[in-house]
Design a protein around this ligand. Structure first.
Ligand code: ATP
Length: 232
């Protein structure tokens, strides 16, 4: 469903993402696990078509992100990192705006808005300005925007970053429910998040893939490394 080939991003002499290749099969939830500056966001922006690679490429549902950007963007939803300010915009205005951007009209527009609002439990905050909501609600609003056009693929950049433990849990539960009908990539700093939502994880550091494994394999490796460091 997603494939990257030698995906690379350079800024001058600095290589932020260094020839990363991976495949994500339909229905998988792939975690990008890595420290600050590892290259997670840069990789995700390239796969989502928001940043041009220096070399290499990516396809989403068979569409080349550079040569067929409209087709690729139609099948993918993207949640950017962080918490943007929405000014005075209410949740309803934001959702209607995204529906316009996505070209949704007629009965399908109503259905998609209803479905996204219901899935993210946003009914009771629809008329509130987004900036007055809690961080957890704001993240849910971002997720509603990402799934509005019912994409097959979701790319979520640190979807629980900055949230308190309850809000994190809430967002993870929502991601698990979305995983029933979508292929998902999420980035995170947290091994616990990989366990909570991912079927597979790629560890990335210095713009390179260090490991590609299931969450339980990663856990076993981390226990092994702890044991080795205790006996060293
Ligand atoms: P974080 O968890 O902090 O978001 P990340 O793994 O997502 O980190 P990236 O944001 O992809 O990391 O950044 C990878 C590297 O590329 C970092 O060293 C960053 O400083 C650098 N970088 C990112 N964008 C630019 C840019 N526009 N110009 C120069 N360097 C950049």
């Amino acid at each position: 469903m997603i494939e990257t080939r030698q995906l690379t991003k350079r800024y001058g002499d600095f290589t932020a993402v260094d020839a990363i290749s991976f495949k994500v099969e339909p229905g998988q939830v792939l975690g990008f696990l890595g420290p600050n500056g590892a290259g997670k966001s840069t990789t995700m922006k390239m796969v989502a078509g928001f940043l041009a690679p220096t070399s290499g490429g990516a396809t989403v549902a068979g569409f080349d992100i550079e040569r067929q950007p409209l087709e690729a963007k139609r099948v993918l939803g993207y949640l950017p990192e962080g918490a943007p300010s929405y000014g005075e915009m209410t949740v309803r205005e934001f959702i209607e705006f995204i529906a316009d951007v996505r070209g949704l009209s007629g009965e399908r527009r109503f259905q998609r808005i209803d479905d996204s609002v219901a899935r993210l439990h946003l009914e009771r905050v629809l008329e509130q300005p987004i900036d007055t909501l809690s961080k957890g609600f704001k993240r849910r609003v971002g997720l509603a925007g990402a799934i509005l056009h019912d994409p097959k693929v979701l790319i979520l950049d640190e979807p629980t970053d900055g949230l308190d433990p309850n809000q994190k849990q809430e967002v993870r539960t929502l991601i698990n429910s979305m995983a029933r009908d979508k292929t998902i990539i999420i980035s995170t700093h947290l091994l616990e998040e990989v366990h909570a939502v991912c079927t597979r994880a790629i560890i990335i550091a210095g713009g390179r893939v260090l490991a590609d494994a299931t969450p339980s394999e990663l856990e076993a490796r981390s226990r092994y490394h702890q044991a080795v460091s205790l006996t060293a």
